[in-house]
Design a protein around this ligand. Structure first.
Ligand code: S3P
Length: 440
């Protein structure tokens, strides 16, 4: 079903919100619980379809996963040896994280695993994970010589290797850590820049032989993994949509609670602060090796900036681009070619969607140049008809832009948000956002 949001702009957002559990940590918690020696208990897992894809793929690999009382998910880990050959193809849906993580997991297992996904995932690059897994001894094939899904993995008998990756990627690093935990000898992963480090933090908290050598180098040996008991903190990438909305809709004041405050994952807050945003983080301890806190934001005028995709700032770039469009003066996003191979080509889709705001916008091979409405451009545009392009973050970025316009707007293809944040529209309405949903 295709859903359209109708949004009346200009209403300030106020109140407190706990967004659902972090998607990236939820995928990892399910996988790390599945390979642990004993039962794990997980709560506050991400509620979107991507996390559900990981759960059902693990179940198809023979992992017993059950819903217990109070939203707790019980995972009966039986080590890597507890995984069994799936009877059918594993459908990873829209989730690159699921497909790449499971490629690494399957690479160590002495059976056949076939991984596929939807149209978007079938077009995303897989050589970055296939090539290093082959270098460890796994037999992996796929369309276009292994560059595209579906992937066919016949695993087992892995040997450690030193990988010098050409792209920094939390997904690829995790796949190689999962393979390294099943390999003989040492596996070393060296990245050109830091990527998200949840896997290392979680596995170290489970006593696994994973070593963070420096912010670009991870070392892994085979070894046992203790069960995991974790209430997943709120997703900082989902929080980003509310932070930007509160920053650019005058009169707003929000507190986002229990947020995963891993430094890389909240690096986008520093970009917004540099643009003039009024943001305070109130630390509230640590969980499974990760800092947690409340994020408080009040509206403030923003000025344009240069955003370089660095540690952790990947998934927040669409909504940072919206912040730039409402800032005073031009902005530029640089060094972000990875945006082209996400759930949509986000440089192309943002170019289309931001142009609806009446600002000057131009895509570059690895980023965007964005004129700011704060300097007067686009003043005649008080509403727009946005589309999601089948990409959850483009749909939510469109909604944030709509909130900051003075008049009514629509976002078509809003159903894409089910991938990471099905409750988005309800939560926005609970904070004063004037949003209604229509199905077609
Ligand atoms: C993720 C890493 C990032 C991010 C994705 C989730 C992860 O992708 O964009 O949403 O959980 O490791 P890459 O690994 O492709 O950079």
């Amino acid at each position: 079903m295709s859903t359209t949001w109708r949004i009346a702009g200009g209403a300030p957002l106020t109140g407190r919100l706990r967004v659902p559990g972090c998607k990236g940590v939820s995928h990892r918690a399910l996988v790390c619980a599945a390979i642990a020696d004993g039962p794990s208990r997980l709560s506050d897992l991400g509620t979107g379809r991507d996390v559900a894809s990981t759960r059902s793929a693990l179940a198809a690999l023979g992992v017993r996963i059950a819903d217990g009382p109070d939203g707790v998910v019980e995972v009966a880990g039986a080590g890597f040896a507890g995984l069994t050959e799936p009877a059918g193809v594993l459908d990873c849906g829209n989730s690159g994280t699921t497909l790449r993580f499971l490629a690494g997991l399957a690479a160590g297992r002495p059976f056949l695993t076939v991984l596929t996904g939807d149209g978007s995932l079938s077009g995303r690059p897989m050589a970055r994970v296939v090539d290093p897994l082959r270098a460890m001894g796994a037999h992996v094939d796929g369309r276009d010589g292994g560059r595209l899904a579906p992937l066919v993995v016949r695993g087992g008998d892995l040997h450690g290797a030193r990988h010098e990756l050409s792209v920094a990627s939390g997904q690829v690093k995790t796949a190689l850590v999962l393979a390294g935990l099943q390999a003989s000898g040492v596996t070393e992963i060296v990245e050109p820049a830091p990527s998200r480090d949840h896997t290392e933090r979680m596995l170290i908290s489970q006593g696994a032989p994973v070593e963070v050598v420096d912010d670009r180098t991870t070392r892994v040996r085979a070894g046992a993994i203790a069960p995991l008991h974790l209430a997943v903190p709120a997703d900082p990438s989902s929080v980003a949509f509310f932070v930007v909305a509160a920053a650019i809709v005058p009169g707003s004041h929000l507190v986002l609670t229990d947020v995963l405050c891993n430094p890389g994952r909240i690096a986008y807050l520093d970009v917004l602060r540099a643009m003039g945003a009024d943001i305070v983080v109130h630390p509230a301890g640590t969980r499974a090796g990760e800092p947690v806190g409340d994020v408080e934001v009040r509206s403030a005028p923003l000025t344009g900036t240069v955003i370089t995709s660095s540690e952790g700032i990947v998934d927040e770039l669409p909504v940072l681009a919206v912040a730039a469009a409402f800032a005073d003066g031009p902005s530029e996003i640089r060094d972000a070619a990875e945006l082209r191979v996400k759930e949509s080509d986000r440089i192309a889709t943002l170019e289309v969607e931001l142009a609806r705001l009446g600002v000057d916008v131009a895509g570059t091979p690895d980023g965007l140049r964005i004129g700011g409405r704060g300097s007067g451009s686009g003043a005649g545009v008080i509403g727009a008809a946005f589309t999601g392009h089948g990409d959850h973050r483009i749909a939510m970025a469109g909604a944030v832009a709509a909130l900051a316009l003075a008049g009514p707007s629509t976002v078509a293809g809003a159903d894409a948000v089910a991938i990471s944040y099905p409750e988005f529209a309800d939560h926005l309405a609970g904070l004063g956002g004037q949003i209604t949903e229509e199905g077609a």
